[in-house]
Design a protein. Structure first.
Length: 136
């Protein structure tokens, strides 16, 4: 049951991070078009920060499950936190670098989930061996 939740959380993390990156990259392209369609939208930095924090929390939970139950490798955490930190700092580099920084941060967060899935899948066969050594 926990393994299915971990896989689902990894997939949701990848999807949300990718959608957020696409949204941030496409927003400057779409903003000038929206008034022509009779629509308006505000660029809400608080909303972006909240989504990033939720994504990071979900990522931490997912990676912790994989770390604790399967692989005991820390480097997916490094990728997650570095990607989240870079993503958080995207506005500080100026508008000319914002999309590049955003892409790098999002790629590192997605990479953390992919690494976690691969490490857990490699170790699925040894799951019963790990738990056979541990007291119930």
């Amino acid at each position: 049951m926990l393994a299915k939740a971990r896989v689902l959380f990894d997939k949701v993390g990848i999807t949300v991070t990718s959608l957020c990156a696409i949204h941030c990259i496409m927003l400057p392209v779409l903003l000038p078009i929206l008034p022509l369609l009779g629509l308006t939208v505000n660029h809400n930095h608080a909303f972006e920060r909240i989504v990033l924090l939720i994504t990071m929390a979900l990522g931490f939970i997912t990676l912790f499950i994989g770390f604790h139950r399967y692989h005991r490798k820390l480097y997916p955490f490094y990728s997650l936190f570095l990607g989240g930190f870079i993503y958080w700092q995207k506005d500080g580099w100026g508008p000319e670098y914002e999309h590049t920084i955003l892409f790098i941060g999002a790629a590192l967060v997605v990479l953390a989930h992919i690494l976690n899935m691969r490490l857990c899948n490699q170790c699925e066969s040894c799951d019963t061996e790990h738990h056979a050594d541990k007291p119930a």
